[in-house]
Ligand binder design. Structure first.
Ligand code: ATP
Length: 482
């Protein structure tokens, strides 16, 4: 029986990722380690671009958000206060036949290791009752492996933001409403890592905690709290916004950001959690889903968490988390809206969204399949390939190196002189490079002085070529890649 289409598509993406150096299995030479992935040269650039774009949109292009970079291992009391020690668990079952361990809520989706045509729930193996399994990785700080020295690798970056709330508030001289943003590693001992990097045991998060006034402080200041309806203008924050409008504002901001890096709105879904699905402290949670080949799955969660986290830390640390609001002349623990995104899931979404195969005709009139990653130029790992038409003509090579050096301070470029020009274009298509710059005899002025110091600029998606003066090149490309 033919494998389902979605598997075929994912296999192609996974194989391209390995072949071109986006993503490798961690520790591959030792057989790999389940749930851990390494980013190769192209993947590292892609990831860096995504994180830089998030950081820029959150901190540098706004006045009301400050950045933080905290440690991975923190005081273990943080995880008691946050509730992770007691409740950060998944239900786990064991199969007595194959000895496999599975998340009880996923057994209808996970293939049985012994009979992959069946899922774990349908296979004959006898299962244990589900029991809670804490997802935090435990370690010890210092030479003694005792309970007093136990610590955890953070399962989310958010808690450090709450723990440093007062310090950041003081030094940044921000006033509520304001936010603190952080990007960093998080670790979860997932029972069943799967779907390539989608569910990993080590991953990166980009999290914002945006602190707002409680609704009664808003009412005191503005007379009334703004109602959220279809007509609410979400473009500029207003003083009468309560948690509901702020929450919707962040959902819209985040959706627009995904669009700005090349994920069309139609590839995304908003999932508003039902009342019975919400965590006990959450007032509302929206998951932003991407339509992966294996189903629409969460990229980011945006939760209105009330004052739960700061209040918990106030209780457990004995340190006040209250804020004195000059404008309302009142003291309160700020409430929070939390947009929490996973970098690795977003990278996977960008790869799936970009992957295209198309039939094209080469210079000799032969049909061939072109594999192309249609990344938005902003996230593309390499922005421009620079090619001398022929490598055995020193004048072409010299000029091409000049063009490379001209572009290099502004963007990541890749110089390639090996093989036929068509082959070099295809290699960059597979890497998702949006522009190809070819230095040919016209550049050298051999087709007449009018063409001297112009290059061929090839566009990855349309494959159209145009002539552009070298003096305009950097500005033309920067316009697209920034
Ligand atoms: P899921 O229900 O899929 O396990 P979650 O709701 O527990 O995810 P959050 O705790 O809200 O996830 O974490 C915020 C974001 O961190 C998620 O939207 C996701 O992008 C990312 N993330 C969480 N767990 C993982 C993981 N195991 N691997 C990769 N990314 C993850």
């Amino acid at each position: 029986m033919a494998a389902p289409k979605t598997n075929e598509f994912m296999e192609k993406v996974v194989s391209l990722c390995k072949r071109r150096g986006f993503i490798f299995q961690s520790s591959e030479i030792y057989g790999g380690i389940n749930g851990f992935w390494d980013y190769g040269p192209l993947g590292a650039e892609l990831k860096r671009n995504v994180k830089d774009l998030w950081w820029r949109s959150m901190t540098r292009l706004r006045d009301d958000i400050a950045g933080l970079e905290a440690t991975i291992i923190m005081h273990p009391k943080i995880w008691e206060a946050s509730g992770h020690v007691a409740t950060f668990t998944d239900p786990m079952i064991d199969c007595k036949t194959c000895k496999g361990r599975f998340r009880a809520d996923q057994i209808n989706e996970i293939p049985c290791p012994q009979r992959p045509s069946k899922t774990v729930s349908e296979c004959a193996g006898e299962k244990t009752e589900p029991r809670p399994f804490n997802l935090m990785f435990k370690t010890h700080v210092g030479p003694v492996e005792s309970d007093e020295n136990a610590a955890y690798l953070r399962p989310e970056t958010a808690q450090a933001i709450f723990a440093q709330f007062k310090n950041v508030l003081e030094v940044s001289r921000q006033k509520v409403p304001f936010g603190i943003a952080q990007i960093g590693k998080a670790f979860r001992n997932e029972v069943t890592p799967r779907n390539f990097t989608f569910r990993s045991r080590e991953f990166e998060q980009m999290e914002l905690e945006f602190f707002i006034r409680p609704d009664d402080a808003v009412a005191k200041l503005a007379g009334a709290v703004a109602k959220l309806d279809a007509g609410t203008n979400l473009s500029e924050p207003k003083t009468d916004w309560g948690w509901e409008v702020w929450h919707k504002y962040w959902v819209e901001q985040r959706l627009s950001w995904y669009e700005s890096i090349g994920l069309p709105r139609t590839s995304l879904e908003e999932y508003w959690q039902r009342k019975d699905e919400l965590a006990h402290y959450a007032k509302a949670t929206v998951d932003i889903l991407y339509k992966f080949p294996f189903g629409a799955q969460e990229l980011e969660g945006i939760a209105a968490r009330g004052d739960f986290d700061l209040t918990q830390h106030q209780k457990h640390s004995g340190k006040s988390m209250e804020y004195f609001d000059e404008e309302t002349k009142s003291r309160y623990v700020p409430h929070v809206i939390e947009p929490s995104a996973g970098v690795d899931r977003l990278i996977l979404a960008l790869l799936c969204n970009a992957y295209h195969e198309e039939e094209v005709v080469d210079e000799k009139g032969n049909k061939e399949v072109r594999v192309v990653l249609r990344f938005h130029p902003r996230v593309a790992p390499v922005k421009a390939g620079v090619f001398p038409l022929l490598k055995n003509k020193p004048d072409l090579v010299r000029k091409a190196l000049e063009v490379r050096d001209l572009l290099r301070p502004h963007m990541n470029v890749f110089y390639d002189e090996a093989g036929a020009i068509g082959r070099r274009y295809r290699r960059q298509d597979e890497a998702g490079t949006p522009f190809g710059v070819t230095i040919d005899f016209e550049t050298l002025g051999e087709a007449g002085p009018g063409m001297a110091d112009t290059v061929t600029l090839r566009h990855r998606d349309s494959m159209l070529q145009e002539r552009v003066p070298i003096s305009d090149l950097a500005a033309r490309l920067l316009d697209q890649v920034r």
